[in-house]
Design a protein around this ligand. Structure first.
Ligand SMILES: *Cc1c(COP(=O)(O)O)cnc(C)c1O
Length: 363
């Protein structure tokens, strides 16, 4: 295929993958490293697949500098399944969990957790339409919570924690689905981090869980074995057949990230991309960003046209310029540009250029 025909894909997820990764996967599709078979066709217990999975885990550990007392699990079910799996595993005899409500994904987490425990909503940004992250001083944490849950990047609202909440001895749990690997993170500040792969890691079907050793092994008796962190940790995430091909692609993405210089380098790159777009939005009188400046996501940038009647024309013109998936989430409307790791700066430049032209014509 002619690579120059590939669109700039601003989809929130499943999202763009690095071209180099797709090309490598294509080259190895029929015959992985001279073994005469595709990764898709390998036993998950084979030496070949074991090497792929071990390398993927090691590269992720290197990239995020994951301490040795944390397990890395390759699971299935996505972040939405984790909304149930987390309380099943982490309550550890406690009956309440604290949740911070910052938007659509937090709300889903809260709703699901209520099936397993009492939920204390410690803070909420609902009063201002989820356009900001409530300051830590305003959180009302419970005395004996099993954990404190946050969504560290709200994919739909486009808000992101640019700080790590201090929750004392109570484990901090974060849904990092839409910004994991976009920036350096101090893993030791968290009890558990989870992420669906399809935003910034690889294909849908893989869920990554990073959990501190001392928090596992006390799952509720009703917990399905495949969702019991301890059982999965003890069997190297192979209690059931793992999503082998998704793990392989994730491994190629980790390798690509290392080649880019690791997370510090990628973070710089992401700051540059986000700045380009937000700077344009802030000086424009035609496009607006609804989010408080200090809480704006570097990964998901929602914006609105002041004249909503032009939404369709804007999207049509973007598509003609091979910029796709800019339509905002149905719950908020407007536009959203997701600019994950795999989006090159050229894509953001092309978008801003198009917005400038569109504004000049209609503004
Ligand atoms: C996409 C997303 C989810 C949902 O992930 P699934 O893989 O569909 O379960 C949950 N949380 C966040 C923050 C997301 O971006």
């Amino acid at each position: 295929m002619d690579v120059s025909k590939r669109a700039f894909n601003f989809c929130a997820g499943p999202a763009a993958l690095p071209e180099a990764v797709l090309q490598r996967a294509q080259a190895e599709l029929l015959d992985w490293q001279g073994k005469g078979l595709s990764v898709m066709e390998m036993s998950h217990r084979s030496d070949e697949y074991t090497a792929i999975a071990e390398k993927a885990e090691q590269d992720l550990r290197d990239l995020m500098e994951i301490p040795s007392d944390y397990k890395v699990l390759f699971l299935q079910g996505g972040a939405i399944a984790e909304n149930a799996i987390v309380p099943m595993n982490l309550l550890r005899g406690r009956t309440v969990a604290d949740y911070v409500n910052t938007g659509e994904w937090s709300k889903k987490s809260i709703k699901e957790a209520k099936k397993y425990c009492a939920v204390n909503v410690a803070a909420s940004g609902e009063d201002r339409g989820f356009t900001y992250i409530p300051a830590r001083e305003t959180w009302k944490l419970s005395k004996d919570a099993g954990y404190v849950h946050i969504c560290s990047n709200e994919t739909i609202g486009g808000i992101e924690y640019h700080w790590t909440p201090d929750t004392g001895d109570v484990p901090l749990v974060a849904d990092m689905s839409s910004h994991i690997l976009s920036r350096a993170v101090d893993v030791a500040r968290y009890g558990l981090i989870y992420a669906g792969a399809q935003k910034n890691i690889g294909p849908a079907g893989l869920t990554i869980v990073i959990v501190r050793d001392d928090l596992i092994g006390q799952a509720l008796p009703i917990t399905p074995s495949a969702f019991d962190y301890k059982q999965q940790a003890d069997s190297d995430s192979m209690l059931n057949t793992p999503p082998t091909y998704a793990v392989y692609i994730a491994g190629l993405v980790f390798k690509w990230l290392k080649e880019q210089g690791g997370l510090a380098q990628i973070e710089k790159h992401n700051i540059g991309k986000a700045k380009l777009l937000y700077d344009y939005l802030d000086q424009s009188r035609f496009f607006v960003s609804p989010v408080d400046r200090q809480d704006r996501s570097r990964m998901n940038v929602p914006f609105k046209l002041t004249n909503e009647a032009l939404d369709e024309e804007f999207l049509k013109g973007a598509k003609q310029r091979a910029m796709v998936q800019l339509k905002g989430h149905r719950s908020v409307g407007g536009m959203r540009a997701s600019i994950y790791n795999a989006m090159p700066i050229e894509g953001v430049k092309a978008l801003v250029e198009y917005m400038r032209e569109f504004e000049a014509k209609h503004g």
